[in-house]
Design a protein around this ligand. Structure first.
Ligand SMILES: Cc1cc2nc3c(=O)[nH]c(=O)nc-3n(C[C@H](O)[C@H](O)[C@H](O)COP(=O)(O)OP(=O)(O)OC[C@H]3O[C@@H](n4cnc5c(N)ncnc54)[C@H](O)[C@@H]3O)c2cc1C
Length: 383
C-alpha cells in the first residue's frame, strides 16, 4: 500500500464516522441561525481532523500535498459531505490574499481566527462596477491613522453572516482607474455598515448589498500599499477563479457525475450513453487542468490566463451536466422544491441545481470576461 493509499484509507474511515448522512433532509427549511450553527460546527469538525484547510501552508494548519488534497476532496465528495459554504471566502479568498500580500500582523490576527470560525465576505462589486471592477466608486479618505469609507457594494455573498470584509475602495479619485484603488480588511461590526440581503432566482437571500456611511477603518488594516489595491485584488480573484476549483472539480466528478449516471440508469439509449461518455471525458480534462493549475501556482509557474481557463471550463461544464440532469428528470424533476441549506448545486433536485449552476458563470468575472482574459493574456491576441 502506498502512502497515498494509506492516507485515503484514513480519510475514508473518518468520512464514514463523521459525515452526517441525513443532512439534506435535516437542513430543508433550516433557519439562518441553524444554518450558521451547523456550518460552524461542521467546519470545526473538519478542522479538528486537519481537513478544513488542506491547501494552506503547514505552519498555518494545512500542508497536505496536492495529491493528498485531491484524495481528501474525492472522499468527501464520494461520502456526500456537506459543503463549507460559509467558510468558503475566509479559507480561500481571504487566506490566499493574506498569505500573498498581508503583513505578519494581519496573518497572525486573521488566519488562526478563520480556523476558529471567523466568517468573511468579499466586498468588490458595485452597481456599475462588476465586470468593469476598476470603475468602482466607493471612496476611502485618509484621516490621520484611519480611512473614512463611503459608498455601496453589491452581490456580496454571505455578508449578513460575515465578521470581516475584503474591501476595495478608491483612495485617489484623480488617478487612472486601476491606480487609485486600495485594499482593506473591514470589521463588519464597525458603525456605519448596513447589510441588505437580495433574493435570488431560487428564492434564497445569500448575497447582499452593503451600504457604507462614514465607516472608519484603521490604516493598519490596509493590505499592500496605498493606491496599489488592484494588484492585491488579483490574488483574491486568482484564488476565486483557480485554487477553489480543485475541490469543486472533484465534487463534480465524484458526486455530480455519479448521480447523473444513476439518474440515467438503465443506460439503454445510445444518445444518453454518448452524452455521459462526453461528460466523463470533459471531467477528466477539468481535473487535469485543476491539478496542473494548483501545482504550477505552488511553484509560481501558473500562466496569466490559467485560472480563467479553469473557471470558465468548470462553470460551463457544470451547467451542461446539471442541464442534462434536468432533461433526464423530465417534468417530475421540475417540481419546485426547497433547497436544503449547506448545498450549492448539489441540492438533490436537478432543476434547482441547473438554475443554481448559472451563478457560477458570473462571479469572479463572467464567462465573457474570462474569454477576453484568455484571448488577451493567454493567447496574446490584440485588444
Ligand atoms: C452568485 C453570485 C455571487 C457573487 N458574489 C460576489 C461577492 O461575494 N462579492 C463581490 O464583490 N461580487 C460578487 N458577485 C458579483 C459578480 O462578481 C458580478 O456580478 C460580476 O463581476 C458581473 O458584474 P455585473 O453583475 O455588474 O454584470 P455586468 O458587468 O453588467 O455584465 C453584464 C453582462 O455583460 C457582459 N459584459 C460586461 N462587460 C463586458 C465586456 N467588456 N466584454 C464582453 N462582455 C461583457 C458580462 O459578461 C455579463 O454577461 C457575485 C455574483 C453572483 C452571481
Amino acid at each position: 500500500m502506498t502512502e497515498l493509499d494509506e492516507f485515503r484509507a484514513t480519510v475514508r474511515d473518518w468520512c464514514a464516522q463523521h459525515i452526517p448522512t441525513d443532512w439534506r433532509a435535516a437542513q430543508t427549511g433550516f433557519s439562518d441561525e441553524e444554518f450558521v450553527s451547523f456550518q460552524k460546527s461542521w467546519f470545526a469538525e473538519l478542522h479538528s481532523a486537519g481537513y478544513a484547510v488542506p491547501h494552506w501552508p503547514a505552519e498555518w494548519g494545512g500542508g497536505l500535498s496536492v495529491p493528498q488534497q485531491i484524495v481528501l476532496y474525492q472522499e468527501l465528495a464520494a461520502h456526500d459531505a456537506p459543503r463549507l459554504v460559509l467558510a468558503f471566502v475566509g479559507i480561500h479568498h481571504a487566506a490566499s490574499t493574506l498569505l500573498v500580500a498581508g503583513t505578519d500582523a494581519q496573518r497572525r490576527r486573521h488566519l488562526p481566527a478563520i480556523l476558529d470560525g471567523e466568517i468573511w465576505v468579499q466586498g468588490f462589486s458595485e452597481p456599475e462596477a462588476g465586470s468593469d471592477l476598476a470603475a468602482l466608486r466607493t471612496s476611502a479618505r485618509r484621516d490621520g491613522e484611519t480611512f473614512v469609507v463611503n459608498g455601496q457594494k453589491i452581490w456580496a455573498s454571505g455578508a449578513m453572516h460575515a465578521d470581516w470584509c475584503l474591501l476595495l475602495a478608491r483612495t485617489d479619485p484623480n488617478a487612472p482607474k486601476r491606480h487609485g484603488i486600495s485594499y482593506f480588511l473591514m470589521d463588519m461590526a464597525t458603525p456605519g455598515i448596513e447589510v441588505r440581503p437580495i433574493r435570488n432566482a431560487l428564492g434564497e437571500s445569500h448575497f447582499c448589498e452593503i451600504f457604507l456611511d462614514d465607516v472608519v477603518i484603521p490604516a493598519a488594516n490596509m493590505v499592500g500599499t496605498v493606491h496599489q489595491g488592484w494588484q492585491v485584488a488579483q490574488a483574491t480573484l486568482g484564488a476565486e477563479r483557480g485554487m477553489t476549483m480543485l475541490e469543486l472539480a472533484e465534487r463534480l466528478s465524484n458526486a455530480g457525475f455519479r448521480w447523473l449516471v444513476q439518474a440515467c440508469a438503465p443506460i439503454d439509449d445510445s444518445v444518453v450513453a454518448d452524452r455521459l461518455a462526453q461528460f466523463e471525458i470533459e471531467l477528466a480534462g477539468l481535473r487535469g487542468l485543476c491539478r496542473d493549475l494548483v501545482e504550477r501556482s505552488e511553484t509560481g509557474h501558473a500562466g496569466p490566463a490559467d485560472a480563467s481557463i479553469v473557471k470558465l471550463y468548470y462553470s460551463e461544464l457544470l451547467q451542461r451536466i446539471t442541464g442534462f440532469g434536468a432533461e433526464i428528470a423530465g417534468l417530475p424533476g421540475q417540481t419546485v422544491l426547497t433547497k436544503p441549506a449547506s448545498s450549492g448545486w448539489e441540492s438533490g433536485n436537478w432543476m434547482l441545481d441547473f438554475i443554481g449552476s448559472w451563478e457560477w458563470t458570473i462571479p469572479g468575472g463572467a464567462s465573457e470576461i474570462q474569454r477576453t482574459i484568455i484571448g488577451e493574456r493567454g493567447l496574446g491576441l490584440p485588444r
